[in-house]
Write a protein that binds this ligand. Structure first.
Ligand SMILES: [Zn+2]
Length: 217
């Protein structure tokens, strides 16, 4: 798994890449291939972590991944992987960054939920087609405005309402310590068609796409 954890990903992935609509369908196709490549994506209730991913299948996922955004600024380390952690299962990838680092939206989509009353802390859930991406332990809080739930982080100049659209690479929060956490980090969770996916596999596919795009045509 070590190869998934490359700090230089942050530099290699362009957060503001565009051409999204053209490749959107491509992402969904790529997602299908990626998930197919996982072999065993545990349906709920969750059984075990997806482990081996044939490189050839990931490679077939193709170009669209390169425009996705790495989810946080100020990367320091991957501190907890997706999978079993003792007797419990960790449904995401923990990425340590200094407190206050901006979190970036992985892929264009819509805010489907904001909350601040669970172990996830102040959190945002975004839906992009068949994908759902979850961001936990952020700074700020959730309030109501005219019956709509709104996430507010005054210090970061951020405000996100449920139902709102967000672009790839948009700043959607800041790393904090809300919820159950012992240090500032982003807990990043991903689901494809309702099944949890290891975000490290997605990052790997993004890096592969970036590498291919950099090759001379
Ligand atoms: Zn976590």
């Amino acid at each position: 798994m070590k190869r998934f954890f490359s700090p230089s990903l942050r530099q290699r992935l362009a957060p503001h890449a565009r051409q999204r609509s053209r490749v959107y369908c491509g992402l969904l196709v790529a997602g299908s291939l990626l998930v197919a490549g996982l072999g065993e994506v545990a349906p709920q209730p969750f059984r075990k972590a997806a482990t081996a991913t044939p490189d050839a299948q990931i490679a077939r996922a193709g170009e669209p991944w390169q425009i996705a955004s790495f989810p946080v600024e100020g990367f320091q380390a991957y501190t907890s992987a997706f999978g079993y952690r003792g007797s419990s299962f960790h449904y995401g990838l923990d990425i340590a960054s200094p407190s206050g680092s901006y979190i970036r939206n992985w892929w264009e989509g819509r805010v489907v939920e904001v909350s601040d009353d669970s172990a996830c802390g102040t959190s945002v859930i975004i839906e992009s087609g068949d994908w759902t991406h979850v961001y936990c332990h952020m700074q700020g809080y959730v309030t109501y405005e005219g019956g709509t739930r709104v996430f507010v982080d005054s210090g970061g100049g951020l405000r996100l309402a449920e139902g709102q659209g967000v672009a790839t690479g948009d700043r959607i929060g800041r790393v904090g310590m809300t919820g159950r956490t012992t240090g500032p980090h982003l807990h990043w969770g991903m689901r494809y068609q309702g099944n949890w996916v290891d975000p490290a596999l997605v990052l790997q596919a993004m890096a592969d796409g970036q590498r291919r795009a950099a090759l001379p045509q």
